[in-house]
Design a protein around this ligand. Sequence first.
Ligand code: ADP
Ligand code: MG
Length: 207
Amino acid sequence: MSLQPDTFKTLVKAAAEQVIASAPELTALDQAIGDGDHGANMKRGFEAVLSKLDTIGAQPLDEALKSIGKTLVMTVGGASGPLYGSFFLAAGEALSQHKSLPENLADVFGSGVNAVSARGRSHAGEKTMLDVLVPVLETLKTEAGRPDLIERIRATASESVERTAPMQATKGRASFLGARSIGHIDPGAKSSCVMLHAVCSTLEERT
Ligand code: ADP
Ligand code: MG
């Protein structure tokens, strides 16, 4: 079994559209503990991805992921652009190294997560996107093969977003606020959740 190109294209389209639709919410979250640009940054990046969807969809999966990564690096800006860009570039690189989807999903996703961590010099617990990406990776590793894997991923992502609220930010702009960052959800954790939920919903519709 392998991930079909048309399924991949549908997943990318759904994730991009959901990110774009969530821009006002992402902006509001970033206004509370950052500079208020996360929604606009992500919207710009994923509009660029959508504009290249036919080209990206026609590429082999590894190259398609790298194209998404490059597009995000070039268009998103802020801290999140290079971080999400690294995620997709590294995931594509992992697929080029004889990995395949969905069999090696945890490995491929894990390569993306490691790349974010390396580029951001950050790890889970610092109130960033990693506070969603790392728990979801854990779910992928521990619950692989379970019939309710998609539901588990969806729930892990939602719960993980909520868990960023009591955290104090130690990375990124929110860290400048010190203890005043406590009590707010991290914008990047939310955007990661939005993408993951879009992927989960699309996969559920297809199966
Ligand atoms: P900027 O902070 O430059 O304005 P964005 O607003 O687009 O960029 O993105 C902010 C998000 O980026 C944060 O909510 C956080 O999730 C993520 N982020 C920032 N710095 C790091 C880091 N070092 N490691 C992981 N994620 C980070
Ligand atoms: Mg910002």
